[in-house]
Design a protein around this ligand. Structure first.
Ligand code: PHE
Length: 464
């Protein structure tokens, strides 16, 4: 039964697309560097706990709301809130999600665009050459590349173009097709790099750093940072999973899918840490600015290898692929609003939204160029409000996603009828024995934990 809204071809298509949305710069870039800043071990455990008690319950809620309503966020809330307390006011949560998608995509694609520049420099051999001298590479990255507004805008728009092409082609022919090619490639590259890093001298220390908890170094702020990153990394709080769930067949188990997506996402964040820390340890280079490790430190280690350009190439392809399957999901949320609520055709919706986001994103791209100092790049959630780039990032990560997530949890836990949610979760799954566990989490534990994040942001305690 082909629905006019589009549908995944089956379980694999859904899982790969949703995992593709989840795995992105949040895993490969942000998770390693905040783990680094928060001293490893204990922080990683807190992150696991956040995924379990905040991430998985909200992911289940989003997918179930999407599949039940067969709508994107705004229309889903409109349909599901009918005759319920709060009524149509709930659709504002959907709007917040669309706004979050718009905002995140506008700056995310700037960073994603950097991977294209690095991929091109890898194939030409320029990257391996520059990276022989760490200072030369840093100069290139900071003073030549970031400082050039035209380059920043160019690569941002190029990445938006790739994203647009995929979403334009539709759910199955575009989004799913891209995920089916890129995700296996991504896994293969990651495994290759993990194997390589296990042969480096820094591997043992990296494992100890990641897996040996030292609870003494844990602070309230790092606990909250872990939770905030769980939202971002799992693509939660803005209706991305809800939208992908709306294209899902009734023969697929929602709880199992949510579990699989979350576990894969977490596993890959850990693999990224193993790779990055092994390489940093091996390099012996002191890391001063952890948020730029990805573009400055890594190539200097590869430069010492015989196949430097090859490793550079697969490394930046990995990041580019991961980012693309994420930007696709962001554009899909925004476009599907126009499709479901404004009655636009997919082509009109995608083209219009992509142009608007592309134009708005140039402000972020130029704000980096204008500042040109590395200190303005506090990617994702570090609360740097410097420049448009930092402001958009700050708003989305610290406000839109946690607030959206809290409201989604409250809606699924308290507003929707338990009979409705149970029967939706049992469709494609069979009797759900864990239902009461999910219900307890989504009603009490998840909202309280998320409210704690929000309160901490209000009190300005999130990063000190
Ligand atoms: N999860 C993506 C990442 O880790 C980012 C993202 C956030 C994508 C929200 C969609 C929605 O990079």
């Amino acid at each position: 039964m082909a629905s006019p809204r589009g549908q995944w071809s089956g379980k694999l298509g859904f899982i790969l697309a949703a995992t593709g949305s989840a795995i992105g710069l949040g895993n490969l870039w942000k998770f390693p560097y905040i783990t680094y800043e928060n001293n490893g071990g204990a922080f990683v455990l807190v992150y696991f706990a956040s995924v379990a008690i905040v991430g998985i319950p909200i992911m289940v809620a989003e997918i179930l709301m999407g599949r039940k309503s067969e709508r994107s966020p705004v229309a889903a809330f409109q349909a599901l809130a009918q005759g319920k307390p709060g009524g149509q006011a709930w659709s504002l949560v959907g709007f917040l999600g669309v706004l979050a998608g718009f905002t995140i995509l506008s700056y995310y694609s700037v960073v994603a665009g950097w991977t294209i520049h690095y991929i091109l420099m890898s194939t030409s051999g320029k990257l391996a050459y520059l990276a022989q001298d760490p200072v030369a590479l840093q100069n290139h990255f900071g003073n030549e590349f970031l400082a050039s507004g035209s380059k920043q805008v160019f690569y941002h728009l190029l990445f938006m173009g790739l994203t647009t092409a995929a979403v334009f082609a539709g759910v199955q022919k575009g989004i799913e097709r891209v995920a089916k090619v890129l995700m296996p490639a991504l896994f293969l590259i990651l495994i290759t790099l993990v194997i390589y890093s296990s042969t480096t001298s820094g591997f043992g220390d990296a494992m100890a750093f990641i897996f040996k908890p030292d609870f003494g170094s844990l602070t309230l702020a790092s606990t909250l940072e872990a939770m905030g990153n769980a939202f971002f990394s799992l693509s939660l709080g803005m209706g991305a999973m809800l939208t992908y769930g709306s294209y899902m067949g009734r023969d697929i188990s929602i709880p199992k899918s949510a579990l699989q997506i979350s576990l894969l996402d977490t596993l890959i964040a850990l693999m990224a840490c193993v790779i990055m820390f092994s390489i940093i340890n091996t390099s012996g280079i002191a890391v001063s600015k952890s948020s730029t490790i990805l573009f400055t430190t890594i190539p200097t280690v590869f430069a010492k290898l015989p196949a430097a350009s090859f490793f550079n190439l697969i490394f930046y392809l990995l990041i580019g692929f991961a980012a693309l399957t994420s930007t696709i999901s962001l554009l899909e949320v925004v476009s599907s609003y126009a499709i479901d609520n404004l009655g636009w055709s997919r082509h009109r919706a995608v083209a219009t939204m992509a142009i608007a986001i592309g134009a708005f994103g140039t402000l972020s791209a130029l704000s980096l160029g204008a500042n040109s100092t590395l200190s303005s790049i506090n990617f994702i959630g570090k609360g740097s409000t410097e420049g448009v780039f930092g402001t958009m990032d700050y708003l989305a990560t610290n406000w839109f996603l946690p607030v959206g997530g809290l409201l989604i949890a409250l809606f699924a836990g308290w507003i929707m009828n338990p009979r409705e949610t149970r029967s939706e979760l049992e469709d494609g799954h069979g009797e759900m024995r864990g239902y009461s566990v999910w219900q307890f989490l989504i009603r009490f534990v998840t909202p309280i934990a998320v409210a704690a994040i929000i309160v901490s942001v209000i009190l300005g305690k999130e990063y000190n």
